[in-house]
Write a protein that binds this ligand. Structure first.
Ligand code: GUN
Length: 292
């Protein structure tokens, strides 16, 4: 059996096209959806993510108030910028790209963003709202994964989902979203403290791998017909590429595509969905600003 490859790029474009339509309608009402993406320093992966986010923003017809700050920006300077953007009614969303340079306290920065503009869904208020099913911004990558499952028509109710990874950005929130009534999975979370991850994944109908390490999920660990969602973005040296590297996920794609029923590729799977859901959240933030 050969798996159906989940085309995250195509689904993300559909989501973005839907958002662009609604942006037009909002503009007619005099509201110009606006996002500020803040990048501190020049981490190559972050530069690449931020470039993708800003391109999507422009293509959705949104206003881009992004700022690239130097590596030596102080915590006070960054917090002052966030405060200024919080108070600016023409700005609907604020995103600070992570990771931040070591001299800046990430927690403090996340806490400084007004929850009404927290389009990343990282503020404790957003996390709490998600946890108890109240309205609020859902974190982009986990939400993107749920949308992929839905758009592919993959049955989730009553299925056993195993999540590998417990980060605040992916593992923990995707586990919560998978267990919500709407998705209705039974969820197991595996992490670096788990003994024999394969003993859990072998019983999984859906596996979300977000460990941050290549070859975390190998063919011996997956039951035939399982759905594999790969969140990994690992740069490995490749002399045949102009950039000198290529991207691989956390799962062994070539082996697993022969076993799984559905699988996301890297690149072109989960990654584009993160950007699409950011644009979606920014639209929601702009819509909420009228209701206020
Ligand atoms: N770094 C890696 N993923 C993300 C994300 O979704 N948002 C932000 N702000 N930083 C990230």
């Amino acid at each position: 059996m050969s798996a159906q490859i989940i085309d995250g790029k195509a689904i993300a474009l559909e989501v973005r096209a839907g958002v662009a339509e609604k942006v037009k309608a909002l503009k007619e009402k005099g509201v110009n959806p606006c996002l500020a993406v803040i990048l501190v320093g020049e981490n190559p992966a972050s530069v690449s993510y931020v470039t993708g986010k800003r391109k999507a923003l422009a293509e959705a017809g949104m206003v881009d108030r992004s700022e690239n700050l130097p590596e030596n920006t102080t915590e006070e300077e960054l917090l002052a910028l966030i405060d200024k953007l919080n108070k600016d009614d023409s700005v609907h969303g604020i995103l600070v790209q992570l990771p931040l340079p070591k001299h800046i306290n990430e927690d403090k920065v996340i806490m400084a963003i007004a929850p009404s503009k927290d389009v990343d869904g990282f503020h404790p208020v957003s996390v709490g709202n998600m946890m108890i099913g109240r309205p609020g911004f859902l974190p982009c990558t986990p939400h993107g994964i749920i949308v992929l499952l839905k758009r592919m028509g993959i049955q989730t109710s009553g299925k056993h989902a195993v999540v590998i990874g417990r980060s605040n950005i992916v593992g923990k929130p995707v586990s919560i979203l998978l267990a919500r009534k709407e998705t209705n999975c039974t969820v197991t979370i595996c992490h670096t403290g788990t003994k024999d991850i394969g003993s859990f994944t072998k019983n999984a109908d859906i596996i979300v791998v977000a460990s941050g390490h290549p070859h975390t999920l190998t063919k011996e660990m997956v039951k035939p017909g399982a759905v594999v969602i790969d969140v990994g973005v690992n740069r490995i040296p490749d002399a045949s590429k102009k950039s000198g590297f290529r991207l691989i996920g956390d799962a062994d794609f070539d082996d697993l595509k022969e076993i799984a029923s559905y699988i996301t590729p890297v690149p072109g799977g989960v990654g584009p969905m993160t950007i699409a859901m950011l644009i979606y959240n920014t639209l929601e933030a702009a819509e909420n600003s009228i209701k206020k």
